[in-house]
Write a protein of this length. Structure first.
Length: 151
């Protein structure tokens, strides 16, 4: 199931403690919702930077960070912060994320409109990929905040 939320803070959705966001593979979380992830989970950010530095996090990959209350799925949607997101990167990362979530019995994940903000893609294109991919994982509920607003 996908529930779309027009505007809000993904970190304040009742009953959800697993999160995903699109990020670059160059080790930078300096704009957009990535700043919130960097600030809320500094240990995750340090691991992410190291993976990028070692070239172990590539477009289409997922860095699954398990923290005390759940998972953070860092989706490799852009090569660098200067390059646009690509729909195939998003599709591959979503499939991998949903596989990981299913394996770990994660039933709810909140995420923003990945790739459609700083990534430069059209939201309708990304939305159709999210819907297509999530159909194969009915046990994982996605809460998609179309416009992230930090509360």
């Amino acid at each position: 199931m996908i529930k779309y939320i027009a505007k809000g803070d993904i970190f304040r959705i009742s009953g959800v403690s697993n999160y995903a966001h699109g990020c670059n593979c160059a080790g930078a979380m300096g704009k957009g919702i990535a700043v919130s992830f960097r600030d809320k989970y500094p240990e995750m950010y340090l691991e992410y930077k190291q993976l990028c530095k070692k070239n172990m996090f590539r477009p289409g990959d997922v860095f699954d960070y398990n923290y005390a209350d759940g998972h953070i799925y860092n989706l490799g949607t852009q090569l660098t912060w200067r390059t646009p997101a690509k729909i195939e990167y998003i599709e591959n990362a979503l499939i991998q994320m949903l596989e990981l979530a299913s394996r770990d019995n994660v039933t709810a994940i909140a995420l923003p409109a990945i790739g459609a903000g700083l990534g430069g893609l059209k939201w309708d294109d990304v939305k159709s990929i999210i819907e297509k991919v999530s159909n194969n994982y009915p046990d994982v509920n996605l809460y998609v905040v179309e416009t992230y607003q930090k509360e």
